[in-house]
Ligand binder design. Structure first.
Ligand code: PLP
Length: 411
């Protein structure tokens, strides 16, 4: 630990405990620390970067915006914000859009809009069904629908009226709908479980949720903070062909600048301010610099949708390659992946929900994380987070990574 780290630790409460590494710059798929060490990055700053670090177009757009204006207030129009909203409107369900500073705030917006919609219709519905071991953010509303007990327990009681079903188990959702007896305002789900490691939806799960919500008169909210613009421009909704009523997006829009967004069907979203009475935005929501990044990123992704086919292929190359190595070494572990998003689970069981995800040997994962870091490969440090590929991960980089995986398992 160097002097800078020691001094910093006296003053600053970081969100997480930190690795003794000071990152100084990023370029493409690589990060560099102050000691000059280079890391090949698969954590993407917690699912942020999809174009890779130091993308020139993005950097230029930010610099240009700084020189023009970097904040007024959201009492006025700002060009990037309106244009970014137009880009988002290209997604089927996004009839109207509201920008926030984070994914968690976007979740808050959808919860408020869903309750307001039920109140306006006179049904008085206020309950939410969420999934066990999901993650939706750390503010009170978002935390209330987050299914990780240890995150929630210190602050209980949280927002009332939330119950938790098993991800990938439609019967458990139906049972809660029955129990709620017509009081379910909305079901909120990460379309791909990505906060218990990567757990893809079983065939028919998302379609089944759509049907259940229609049958019981509840809204369906997809939290696409991880999957939006990553699986397809229209996220998991487009990838799996299921249309929710409301959607949240987050960090990937701003590529590292604070942007989140929520949107959905017109009749629900028009309850949001300034047309309606649902207030969620803050002083900096839709701020010109963040939105200059958002607009540049969205424009690029919309105009280059071929990258999604590429990411799908890269995902097959990396995760398929890892599967082959495990088979070669007679290791009975499992890999889950959806396009560029993936997880290696140190368990013999197929991972289809949190119960099976939890069977993974987290100590073995931790050793694997350290073994890969020692070879200059940086991934998310927890078994229950995902690996991310960006457009900057070339086939050559993926093959080098596979060599490092092979080295690790050749012990
Ligand atoms: C699925 C999901 N929803 C919401 C959030 C919260 O986003 P933010 O950290 O921008 O508040 C996260 C954060 O990782 C997430 O993974």
């Amino acid at each position: 630990m160097n002097e800078y780290m020691k001094e910093t630790n006296e003053a600053l409460l970081h969100t997480y405990n930190q690795f003794p590494v000071v990152l100084e710059r990023g370029e493409g798929a690589y990060l560099y620390d102050t000691e000059g060490k280079k890391y090949l990055d698969f954590a993407a700053g917690y699912a942020v970067s999809s174009l890779g670090y130091a993308d020139k177009e993005l950097n230029d757009a930010l610099k240009e915006q700084i020189d023009k204006i970097f904040h007024t207030s959201n009492l006025y129009y700002n060009t990037a914000c309106g244009k970014a909203a137009e880009d988002l409107k290209r997604i089927t369900v996004m009839a109207r859009i509201s920008f926030t500073n984070s994914g968690g705030e976007a979740v808050e917006g959808t919860l408020k809009a869903a309750r307001k919609y039920a109140y306006k219709k006179g049904t008085g519905r206020y309950e939410f069904i969420a999934m066990k071991e999901s993650f939706h953010g750390r503010s009170f509303g978002a935390l209330s629908v987050t299914g990780h007990d240890p995150y929630r327990a210190p602050f209980e009681p949280l927002v009332p009226g939330v119950s938790f079903a098993e991800y990938n188990d439609l019967d458990s959702v139906r049972a809660l709908m029955e129990q709620a007896d017509g009081q379910t305002a909305a079901v909120i789900v990460e379309a791909v479980g990505a906060n218990m490691g990567v757990v893809p939806p079983k065939k028919g799960f998302l379609e089944g949720l759509r049907k259940l919500c229609d049958e019981y008169g509840a809204l369906l909210i997809f939290d696409e903070v991880i999957t939006g613009f990553r699986l397809a421009f229209g996220g998991a909704a487009e990838y799996f062909g299921v249309t929710p009523d409301l959607v949240t997006y987050g960090k990937i829009i701003g590529a590292g600048m604070p942007v989140g967004a929520y949107g959905g069907r017109r009749e629900i979203m028009e309850l949001v301010s300034p047309v309606g009475k649902v207030y969620q935005a803050g002083t900096l929501s839709g701020n010109p610099i963040a939105m200059a990044a958002g607009l540049t990123q969205l424009k690029y992704l919309y105009e280059h949708q071929g990258i999604y086919k590429d990411l799908e292929e890269k995902g097959k190359r990396l995760y398929g390659g890892m599967e082959k190595i495990l088979a070669e070494k007679n290791l009975p572990y499992h890999i889950n992946h959806v396009s560029s998003l993936g997880s290696l689970f140190f368990t013999e069981q197929e991972v289809v929900d949190y119960t099976s995800a939890k069977s993974s040997d987290t100590k073995a994962f931790s050793e694997y994380f350290k073994g890969m870091l020692a070879q200059g490969i940086h991934m998310a440090p927890s078994q229950f987070e995902a690996m991310f590929l960006s457009v900057a991960h070339t086939d050559e980089i993926i093959d080098q990574t596979l060599e490092a995986v092979r080295n690790y398992f050749t012990k």
